[in-house]
Design a binder for this molecule. Structure first.
Ligand SMILES: [Zn+2]
Length: 345
């Protein structure tokens, strides 16, 4: 099949590659329609590795995908040929202890698309388990379907935060993950969200997503804004979605006594964390890794119109221009959030 293959660092090709696709009884074969470009795809392109994951053989990129069911295994009951779907890119070992406990996203044996040595889905078709393939509501486009993967991270963060109706939250970082966290937290019941970043075009976009107060921390004091909004009390939840080591301390200042800090961003190096400052407010710290059990709820929110992802899809390229799309994603315009590739129309 013709696929977008990362041959080695800095070398992307649209080329023929042999991929074994065996349809098991509980699998579906999907004809791909839209695949988003993720920060991780770009990082493999520019650096050839992420942490312990090294591209040592040609690998197809892409894990944020939607498509149409083209074939079903003989035990498949919930899906049929022609269904419009999106897919969870990580398939765990269902028998592992952590999977049996429901935390299948933490299974060390998980096979995750476009994480070496597993091929991604910038290609015409893929075989995937029925259990990780989800039908799109009729009013949800393939472009939106391919956004469910990043949205799932925000959904998981909002779920872990235990939002109560009316909570005020701060989202630190207005990148793609910050934006989907804003959408998820608003849908989950937050009354208002303060979004911090230093990139004004991103903050301008965040402001359009709902009850959002953007704060450019290069020129405005986030703590003063939060104090003013909450009568000096502090915010119920802080979602850290910037990965910046410098903001951990600020997050603790922003929180109310008994508040919750959710770590979504991944600092590259270990960071300083002031335990005593956290203790003095009995802060609860939560962390997330990818997501689990949130696709159905994300799709329900998209179907009911409570979440609108369209403002986040800023560029779309045809499959034939995939390499151009990646080169753009390496150096995007400041207004760019999500670049997608249409594998087929
Ligand atoms: Zn992604």
């Amino acid at each position: 099949m013709e696929a977008l293959v990362l041959e080695k660092v800095h070398s992307l090709k649209l080329s023929e590659i042999d991929v074994k696709e065996t349809l098991g009884p509980n699998d579906v074969k999907i004809a791909l329609r839209t695949v988003g470009i993720c920060g991780s795809d770009v990082h493999y392109y520019t650096h050839g590795k992420i942490g312990p994951y090294v591209v040592s053989a040609p690998m197809i990129l892409g894990h944020e995908a939607s498509g149409v069911v083209a074939e079903v295994g003989k035990e498949v009951r919930s899906l049929k040929v022609g269904d419009r779907v999106c897919m969870e890119p990580g398939v765990p070992d269902p028998g592992s202890r952590v999977s049996r406990l429901g935390m299948y996203n933490l299974d060390p044996a998980v096979r995750f698309w476009a994480t070496p040595p597993i091929h991604g889905v910038m290609r015409p078709t893929v075989v995937h388990p029925e259990a990780f393939t989800f039908k799109l509501p009729d009013n949800v486009s393939f472009a939106d379907g391919a956004m469910v993967e990043p949205l799932a991270v925000g959904m998981h963060a909002a779920t872990k935060a235990g939002i109560k109706p009316g909570d005020v939250a701060v989202v630190m970082g207005a990148g793609t993950i910050g934006m989907v966290t804003v959408l998820s937290a608003l849908a989950g019941g937050c009354s208002q969200i303060v979004v911090t970043d230093v990139k004004q075009p991103k903050l301008d976009l965040a402001k359009t997503l709902g009850a959002v107060r953007p704060v450019n921390v290069a020129s405005e004091d986030a703590l003063a804004v939060v104090r003013q909004l909450t009568d000096g009390w502090g915010t119920d939840i802080v979602f850290e979605a910037s990965g910046s080591p410098a903001v951990a301390s600020l997050a603790l200042d922003l929180l109310k006594p008994g508040g919750t800090l959710v770590y979504v961003g991944m600092p590259v190096e270990p960071i300083q964390f002031d335990i005593v400052k956290a203790q003095s407010k009995e802060i609860t710290v939560k962390t997330i890794f990818r997501y689990a059990h949130v696709y159905p709820r994300a799709l329900a929110l998209l179907g009911s119109g409570k979440i609108n992802l369209k403002p986040l899809i800023t560029e779309t390229y045809p499959f034939a221009k995939s390499i151009e799309a990646y080169d753009y994603a390496v150096n995007p315009k400041p207004t760019s959030v999500k670049v997608q590739i249409e594998i087929a129309k």
